[in-house]
Design a protein around this ligand. Structure first.
Ligand code: ADP
Ligand code: ASP
Ligand code: MG
Length: 421
C-alpha cells in the first residue's frame, strides 16, 4: 500500500462526464489498496469566469475579495468530486483549505504556503476514506482565505504530499507529460519520459504552465517524487501501467542521462516592459526605481541599464502583466517624485522566449545560435538575460509562436530529429 496525492486540473474536471472519469480513476487506485488524497482544480474556465465578474464590477478589485471569490471554484469542484466518488461506492470526504488547514502568508492572490496540518487528512485516510482537498487556496494568520496564484493547485498538491509524507504526487492534466515545448504551439514537440528537477524548475519559472513553479520548488525541497500524466486516457488502465506513464521529474541525478545542451523551449506571454528614459546616471538610481516596485510587492524580471550619455541613462525592466498597472502607478506616484526623468515608455505587447538545458553552460555558442535563428526570421530582440542553464529574450509578442517554432527546429528538439531522452 502506498500513499498517493493525485491532482486533477481544470480541463480534467471540465464536465460531469470528466468528473465521473476522475472518480473512476481515483476509485481504481483506492480499490488497488492505496491511500489517496485528491486535489482538484476548479472546473475549466471557472476561475476566469469568476475573476471576469470581478473586473466587470471594478477596475482594481480588492485582492482579499478576489481570493474569497476565486476560492469558491475549487470548493465546488471538490464537493462534486466527493459526490461522484460516493456514487461510485467509495467513502469520500472533501475539505477546503481552511478546514485542513493549509496555512499561508497574507499575500492575497499570490500567497505562499507556510505550513499544512496533515492530522485530519491522515485520520480520515486511516479510516478508509478517499480525501479531497481543494487546490489553490489556504488561510492566512488572521483567518482570511487566500489563493496561491494562477495554476496554484499544482503547488497545493505537492505541498500536501510533502506534509503527509506521500510516496508519490501525480499531476493529472490534459497533456500526457512534459514536452520539449508546449505541444499546442509546436505539434511535433517531443514528450520526455524523464526531466531533471533543475530543468523543470527553469521551464516552469520561464512560463511553461504545465507545472506551477512553486510546485517544482516544493518537490525539490521536500524530495517529493513528482509525475505529470494524462487524465484523458481510459480511467480503467491498470495502476501498474499508469504509474509508469507520463513524465517523471527526477531529483536524483541519473548518470546514464546525457545532459542535453538544450532540452526545451519555454515562453511567457505574461510580460510587460517599462522604460524610463533620461534618468541621472549616479549611484542609487537602480534602487530608487526598483526599491518602490519591490515595496509594492511587484516582481521584477529582466533589467537593463544603458551606457550613460551626458550623465543620463535609460533604464528598462519587465514585470508580470498582473503587476503592470500597479508598477506604472508606482513609477508615476513614487519614483518620479524623487528621480528626474525625461519620459516613461510602457509596453505590454511583449513576450519572453527561453531556451533551457543543463548542458548549456559547457557548450559555447548556444546563445549565439538562438540570436542568429531569430535574426534570420527578422525577430528583433529587446532584452536578453542568461543563467547557467537558460537564455531568455524579450521580443514583440506577435512573433512568439514563430520564435518558438523556429528555435525548436534549430535545436533539433522535434519528435523525429533527436534521439536523446
Ligand atoms: P491543468 O488545468 O491540468 O493545470 P494547465 O493548462 O495549467 O493544465 O497546464 C497544461 C498545459 O500546459 C498543456 O495543455 C499545455 O498546453 C501547456 N504546456 C506548456 N508548456 C508545456 C510543456 N513543455 N509540456 C507540456 N505542456 C505544456
Ligand atoms: N483554478 C486555479 C486557476 O485557474 C488554480 C489551478 O487551476 O491550478 O488558476
Ligand atoms: Mg495548471
Amino acid at each position: 500500500m502506498s500513499l498517493i496525492v493525485q491532482k486533477f486540473g481544470g480541463t480534467s474536471m471540465g464536465s460531469v462526464e470528466r468528473i465521473q472519469n476522475v472518480a473512476k480513476r481515483v476509485a481504481k487506485w483506492h480499490r488497488a489498496g492505496h491511500q489517496v488524497v485528491v486535489v482538484p482544480s476548479a472546473t475549466a474556465g471557472e476561475t476566469n469566469r469568476l475573476l471576469g465578474l470581478a473586473s466587470d464590477l471594478s477596475e482594481r478589485p480588492d485582492p482579499r475579495e478576489l481570493d474569497m471569490l476565486a476560492a469558491t471554484g475549487e470548493q465546488a469542484s471538490s464537493a462534486l468530486l466527493a459526490i461522484a466518488l460516493q456514487a461510485e461506492g467509495i467513502s469520500a470526504r472533501s475539505y477546503t483549505g481552511w478546514q485542513v488547514p493549509v496555512k499561508t502568508d497574507s499575500a492575497f492572490t499570490k500567497a505562499r504556503i507556510k505550513d499544512i496540518d496533515g492530522t485530519r487528512i491522515k485520520t480520515d485516510l486511516d479510516a478508509g476514506k478517499v480525501i479531497i482537498v481543494t487546490g489553490f487556496q489556504g488561510i492566512d494568520p488572521e483567518g482570511h482565505i487566500t489563493t496561491l496564484g494562477r495554476g496554484g493547485s499544482d503547488t497545493s498538491a505537492v505541498a500536501i504530499a510533502a506534509a503527509i509524507g506521500a510516496d508519490q504526487c501525480l499531476i493529472f492534466t490534459d497533456v500526457d507529460g512534459v514536452y520539449t515545448t508546449d505541444p499546442r504551439v509546436v505539434p511535433d514537440a517531443r514528450r520526455m519520459s524523464v526531466i531533471s528537477f533543475e530543468e523543470m524548475l527553469e521551464m516552469a519559472s520561464l512560463g511553461s504552465k504545465v507545472l506551477q513553479i512553486r510546485a517544482v520548488e516544493f518537490a525539490g525541497k521536500y524530495k517529493v517524487p513528482l509525475r505529470v500524466l494524462s487524465s484523458l486516457t481510459d480511467p480503467d488502465i491498470p495502476v501498474e501501467e499508469e504509474i509508469m506513464s507520463g513524465t517523471l521529474i527526477t531529483i536524483e541525478e541519473d548518470p546514464s542521462m546525457e545532459a542535453a545542451v538544450v532540452s526545451g523551449i519555454a515562453f511567457s506571454r505574461d510580460e510587460a516592459k517599462i522604460t524610463i528614459l533620461g534618468v541621472p546616471d549616479r549611484p542609487g538610481i537602480a534602487f530608487g526605481i526598483l526599491g518602490p516596485i519591490a515595496d509594492a510587492n511587484i516582481d521584477v524580471d529582466m533589467i537593463i541599464q544603458n551606457q550613460s550619455v551626458d550623465g543620463t541613462t535609460d533604464f528598462s525592466f519587465t514585470v508580470n502583466r498582473a503587476g503592470y498597472k500597479d508598477a506604472i502607478d508606482v513609477i508615476n506616484n513614487v519614483v518620479l517624485k524623487n528621480i528626474d526623468a525625461r519620459e516613461v515608455i510602457t509596453d505590454d505587447k511583449v513576450c519572453k522566449v527561453s531556451i533551457v538545458g543543463i548542458g548549456m553552460h559547457s557548450h559555447a555558442g548556444v546563445a549565439s545560435k538562438m540570436f542568429s535563428t531569430l535574426a534570420k526570421e527578422g525577430v528583433n530582440i529587446q532584452m536578453i538575460s542568461t543563467s547557467e542553464i537558460k537564455t531568455s529574450v524579450l521580443i514583440e509578442d506577435k512573433y512568439m509562436e514563430l520564435a518558438v517554432r523556429t528555435l525548436h527546429q534549430a535545436f533539433d528538439l522535434g519528435e523525429d530529429t533527436t534521439t536523446a531522452e
